[in-house]
Design a protein around this ligand. Structure first.
Ligand code: CUA
Length: 176
């Protein structure tokens, strides 16, 4: 890029070297940007469970929420010590909004939305996924102590986003 005519050999050598360094850093920065972009996308998708925890996609965004399990399903027993919870997020509440599960049981949450993105986060646990219309996200969790856990929406979804709270009451093991 530089016009090297009229430069001393030392100057020419300096410019040639500087250009090599420039090319190296331009290339290096591009590589870092690509890695950062891929890394961020992987982290977000993985963290939100959009790919790893996805149970089904539907072309009709309302379809999963119309499934029978999401209509009246609260907590369904699926094994000796396993339960499934079907949860629908809609502006601005979760349904069901109060559930009971036993301590020590493996709980599989199936989560979807009927309208916009909602965040399904169970406070005090690593459970955190996005409720997406047309998509059923799944996450498994076992509560190891009894008490009240709140499901909060951590994805801004409108005026009453902050009020979008549901409750999980973990009962002592052996409770039906
Ligand atoms: Cu639902 Cu924020």
């Amino acid at each position: 890029m530089n016009d090297n005519t009229g430069m001393s050999p030392l100057e020419s050598a300096f410019h040639a070297s500087a250009e090599r360094h420039e090319r190296f850093w331009i290339f290096g920065v591009l590589v870092m940007l690509v890695l950062l972009t891929i890394g961020t996308m992987f982290y977000v998708v993985h963290d939100y469970g959009l790919v790893t925890g996805t149970h089904s996609y539907a072309t009709d965004p309302q379809a999963p929420a119309r499934e029978a399990a999401f209509q009246d399903g609260k907590v369904v027993r699926t094994g000796p010590n396993a339960y499934a919870v079907y949860m629908v997020g809609r502006a601005w509440h979760w349904s069901p909004d109060v559930i009971h599960v036993p301590e020590g049981a493996e709980i599989t949450f199936y989560v979807t939305s009927t309208d916009v993105l909602h965040g399904f986060e169970i406070q005090g646990t690593p459970v955190n996924l996005t409720a997406v219309p047309g998509v059923v996200g799944t996450v498994k969790y076992t509560f190891h102590h009894t008490g009240l856990f709140r499901i909060i929406c951590n994805e801004y979804c409108g005026m009453f986003h902050h009020a979008m709270v549901a409750r999980i009451i973990v009962d002592p093991a052996g409770t039906p």
